[in-house]
Design a protein around this ligand. Structure first.
Ligand SMILES: Cc1cc2nc3c(=O)[nH]c(=O)nc-3n(C[C@H](O)[C@H](O)[C@H](O)COP(=O)(O)O)c2cc1C
Length: 354
């Protein structure tokens, strides 16, 4: 468009805004759902000279009640004075400004106002009026407040969990210390062996509390870490340098209520294999976690002398059976080809997953 046309358009828009009637643009300002006002900085205290219907709906005032007043009547005790000072500075400097501030309706209720205001100058740079739009962003503020409350509640829970974990770990350490003392005082090798097994189980449970506490986006326990740590600790504690440990662990996060039983089951199966599979020769122990659709399988495989000594009816077998049933799992023991035993624990992923 040539500049003469530009000028004419600008003049028409300005004239129509002044009169608030007639023009297409003025019609749009009147009809829009966005609250808009125009103020006149050449009058005392920069009063409102035009307010559209959306502004009246938003604030609850009539046109008569707002015309001729400075907009600060929307402010109240909860309005942020720093935001008001920034608006004042922008208005004084004839700059546009974006601010979010708390405003009050005629009935005293509040809303969060995303205010945009801008000076309008003519071609010579002379200030004509101020134009502003007001957008109610209360819902966003309510959502943000809700999110803050949820986060605070989560942080409080995480703190509590850490504290409980800390105490549980201390208690387990105390029980371990007592059993170790008792075991050292007993002349009976059978008692010492039984206490040693109990100590192993307590240690497997302690592994749970050595893991990092859950976070908002990382709930539950890392099963691969848990299983890996238990197997490594057991092989190391056995002193069997001729037993090679192979870990093949798919990543999976499990619920706290499933992590305890899983830790105990892995402890039983791995310690059983170390004790019985390789009585007088070297061997390899493979611990695997696989995910297959709706199932998670934890497998402990040895290439030892055949089916392990912990047969049906033993305390270990009963413990494993009870624990796996507790988390909805099924245990299967089968011979491996060409040698050894595989113990497979199959679990429903939706029951144990975090
Ligand atoms: C065009 C225009 C629109 C304004 N709209 C609002 C508004 O919706 N809500 C508000 O709290 N302040 C609004 N203000 C700001 C106040 O009118 C005033 O400029 C501000 O309170 C700073 O000045 P004061 O310290 O003298 O009060 C607007 C100002 C102008 C120029």
């Amino acid at each position: 468009m040539e500049s003469g046309g530009d000028w004419q358009l600008t003049e028409r828009v300005r004239a129509s805004i002044r009169s608030g009637t007639g023009d297409l643009f003025a019609g749009a300002v009147r009809a829009t759902r966005m609250a808009m006002i125009i103020t006149d900085p050449h009058r005392l205290d920069n009063p409102i000279i035009y307010a559209n219907d959306a502004f009246l709906r938003l604030t609850g005032y009539t046109r008569l009640e707002v015309t001729g007043r400075n907009c600060r009547f929307l402010q109240g005790p909860g309005t942020d004075l720093d935001a008001v000072a920034r608006i004042r500075a922008a208005v004084d400097a004839e700059r546009d400004v974006n601010e979010e501030l708390l405003n009050y309706r005629k009935d005293g209720s509040t809303f969060h106002n995303a205010l945009y205001l801008s000076p309008v100058h003519d071609e010579d740079g002379t200030l004509l009026f101020y134009f502003a739009s007001q957008f109610d962003v209360s819902e966003r503020h309510a959502l943000a407040a809700e999110r803050d409350r949820t986060r605070a509640a989560f942080d409080a829970n995480a703190l509590l969990l850490r504290e409980i974990g800390h105490r549980a770990r201390n208690d387990l350490q105390m029980i371990s210390a007592m059993l170790t003392l008792q075991s050292g005082n007993s002349p009976d090798p059978a008692v010492r062996a039984a206490l040693g097994e109990a100590l192993g189980r307590i240690d497997a449970l302690s592994t749970l509390y050595r893991q990092p506490p859950p976070t908002e986006d990382n709930a539950g326990h890392d099963l691969a870490d848990l299983v890996g740590e238990i197997a490594e600790t057991l092989v190391e504690a056995s002193g069997r340098r001729d037993v090679a440990l192979v870990l093949d662990l798919a990543p999976l996060r499990v619920r706290p209520e499933a992590a305890g039983p899983l830790a105990l089951i892995v402890n039983e199966v791995v310690s059983n294999a170390i004790r019985h599979a390789f009585p007088s020769r070297a061997g390899r122990l493979t611990v695997r976690i696989t995910r297959d659709g709706a199932d998670v399988t934890v497998t402990v495989e040895d290439d030892g002398i055949g089916l392990s000594a912990a047969g049906d009816g033993s305390f270990e077998a009963t413990l494993i059976e009870v624990l796996s049933r507790q988390i909805g799992g099924a245990i299967r023991v089968r011979p491996r080809d060409p040698a050894g035993t595989a113990v497979e624990l199959r679990l429903p992923a939706d029951r144990i997953g975090a």
